[in-house]
Write a new protein. Structure first.
Lengths: 521, 127
């Protein structure tokens, strides 16, 4: 039933009332002049003014009665409201039971009720999943910002009232009438806040999970006893649907958490496997390396060097150096092993960047590489391990240096985002970029495109960043250079944290917007 | 004649033992080797070394257990731990148990020789 039908109905009713009044008044005046003309000479007058005034008096007296009679006739006989109400509510109830998303369900409910029952306002109040109060899931006839602000704690008088009343529909008039003047006054405010004069509470078993709050606009549509019974049944059905939607919502978010935990576990398992592998390799390989390097050292330590020429000495020194380098690979793999974690202290991120830059400044000046540095205002202290952070900067800077070659440019930026307390560090180069295929692999262990490279730098970097609960990603477009973006959450004092490292997942949703057209890992 | 310094090399890798033995023998040390923790404990009683080079990772009796037992009984024996990898907690544990130093593989022989000689000199001073 649309509002236009209602208007038509109203016009029809007014026409009927008008016609009836006209017929009745002419009839009544005709009869009056016939029978009472002898006793009241005035009724024989032909002056129309007299007739008009008499008709007006008659109409004024009979209008309320006639109007009421027609209202009753329209509502109960010609256009009975209840069967329609029952039909609409049961259809809606069915529709709702098929809707499993709370937002969608709430919108459908309030909009349908609001439109069809011609209500001024409807809202669906729902208990929050962590059971610390109630909020409005959706509303009709409200400002969006208004209803989003409504939060009712468990001890709110309205909630207590609903809990006390059980599954009864609460009409504001009845509730207020039953209370003392003062109590009623208090409660009125809460009815106003919820913009309602008719509350259908939603109960599932013994638990109040919310309510449908209607604001009925006119006396014409004010619910009677029969309507209230319909509302009560409707409420029971809606309660089940809302409960289901809530449960499904909770399950979905739990499922998400599980998925995250699972991928974290997988990540940890991978890390643990590599750790185990590295420890095994270290023990198996370092022994033969010790002997190779040792024999070479023995020869180098010979007192009588005359038996060797310079070339042999050079070869021996290379053997010693290269065995040391081979051993360093397993050491770097174990950098992120839990056992070799180093303590954290208060430090300045920009100072560590500065130190690291000075380490490679000479190499960069030789290759004519230009480096620009941007350090944001008001950076707080960071609690971390100097070696680890230096390793991060060094790996990324060397990566950039190797990517661009002589004459390239590198930009380094450090900033602190106060909103979510996150350090953002960007290292950008104008090198050849990384192909889409390779971009997915840059953080994999032993992945390298550089001849002679080991492929551990970015892997170890990622492991370190993750240990601080941060994230690192690479954005690149072939031919347009590469940006590495690190997000590092602000760390509390180590005194409270100890060395209890958590391998947190990437804080999604806090990512910087990525430049358009670049692939993001 | 001056008494030779007695050095006990403990490592479960025979090649390492042999290599270190020949290296130190050439430098006028009296060297014995042990290939396990148990053998090391027995060798200490017989050989009474001044200095021990002790590998941490050995099974079933590892270097830390040997270290603890020997330091309890012969606290004057200087013990240098040898590790394939610097595992921080193992090293801290070794130092807590009284290890005198630690070196990592592959070894820098020059450093190791100097360190052993230094330990012997300390022993002589405190004798």
């Amino acid at each position: 039933m649309s509002p236009y039908d209602q208007i038509k109905k109203r016009i029809l009713k007014q026409l009927c009332v008008g016609l009836s009044l006209f017929i009745l008044s002419s009839g009544a005046l005709g009869l009056a002049s016939l029978f009472l003309g002898n006793s009241f000479p005035i009724l024989r007058e032909t002056n129309p003014l007299v007739w008009i005034s008499l008709a007006t008096i008659f109409i004024a007296l009979t209008y309320p009665v006639i109007d009421h009679a027609y209202s009753w006739l329209f509502r109960q006989v010609l256009f009975p409201r209840r069967p329609r109400l029952v039909f609409i509510l049961s259809r809606l109830s069915q529709e709702l039971s098929l809707t499993h998303e709370l937002g969608e369900l709430a919108n459908l409910l309030v909009n349908t009720l609001g439109e069809v029952l011609e209500l001024k306002a409807v809202s669906l109040l729902v208990r929050s999943p962590n059971r610390d109060g109630f909020r409005i899931a959706s509303a009709f006839g409200w400002n969006v910002t208004d209803y989003r602000r409504v939060r009712l704690p468990e001890e709110n008088p309205m909630i207590e009232l609903m809990k006390a009343a059980g599954p009864q529909v609460l009409l504001r008039e009845k509730v207020v009438r039953a209370l003392s003047w003062q109590e009623a006054n208090k409660l009125t405010v809460h009815f106003e806040t919820l913009r309602t004069n008719c509350i259908i509470p939603l109960w599932v078993k013994e638990e109040l999970i919310g309510s449908i709050n209607l604001l009925v606009s006119s006396n014409d549509t004010y619910p009677d006893e029969g309507d209230i019974r319909c509302f009560k049944d409707f409420g029971a059905g809606v309660a089940k649907s809302v409960r289901n939607a809530l449960t499904i919502g909770e399950l979905e978010s739990l499922n998400e958490e599980l998925k995250d935990a699972q991928s974290q576990l997988l990540q940890n398992a991978k890390t643990a496997a590599i750790e185990q592998l590295a420890t095994g390799i270290a023990h198996e390989i370092h022994n033969p390396l010790t002997i190779i390097s040792g024999k070479a050292q023995v020869l180098l330590l010979q007192k009588d060097r005359k038996v060797y020429d310079e070339k042999v000495e050079e070869v021996l020194k290379t053997i010693v150096q290269q065995t040391r380098r081979a051993a360093d690979i397993t050491r770097r793999l174990l950098m992120f092993s839990r056992a070799s974690q180093s303590p954290r202290e208060k430090l300045r991120v920009e100072t560590i960047l500065e130190d690291t830059l000075s380490l490679i400044a000479y190499q960069m000046s030789l290759e004519g590489i230009e480096i620009k540095k941007f350090v944001g205002q008001d950076l707080p202290d960071f609690y971390g391990n100097v070696q680890e952070l230096r390793e991060v900067f060094l790996n990324l800077l060397l990566n950039a240096v190797q990517a661009i070659g002589p004459g390239g440019k590198i930009q380094v930026g450090i900033a602190f985002r106060k909103a979510d307390k996150v350090f953002t560090i960007q290292i950008a180069d104008n090198g050849p970029g990384i192909s889409r295929d390779n971009l997915d692999k840059v953080f994999n262990p032993f992945f390298t495109t550089r001849p002679g490279g080991v492929g551990l730098g970015l892997f170890v970097t990622q492991q370190i960043i993750r240990r601080y609960g941060g994230s690192i990603r690479a954005e690149s477009e072939p031919g347009e250079g590469t940006i590495f973006v690190i997000e590092l959450p602000y760390q509390e004092d180590t005194a409270t944290q100890g060395t209890n490292f958590s391998v947190a997942s990437d804080p999604s949703g806090h990512n910087l917007p990525s430049p358009e057209g670049k692939h993001v890992v | 004649m001056k008494e030779m310094t007695r050095l006990l090399v403990v490592d479960d890798e025979p090649d390492i033992c042999e290599f270190l033995k020949s290296f130190f023998q050439e430098r006028e040390f009296k060297v014995e080797t042990a290939l396990s923790g148990e053998a090391a404990i027995a060798a200490v009683e017989k050989f009474r070394p001044h200095v021990m080079l002790l590998d941490i990772k050995m099974g079933p009796v590892d270097g830390l257990t040997v270290l603890k037992k020997i330091k309890e009984k012969h606290p004057r024996t200087k013990i240098i731990m040898v590790t394939a990898i610097e595992t921080k907690d193992k090293i801290e544990e070794a130092i807590r148990l009284g290890a005198d130093n630690y070196v990592t593989k592959p070894l820098s022989l020059e450093y190791l020789e100097n360190d052993v000689r230094e330990k012997v000199a300390n022993l002589a001073l405190n004798a």
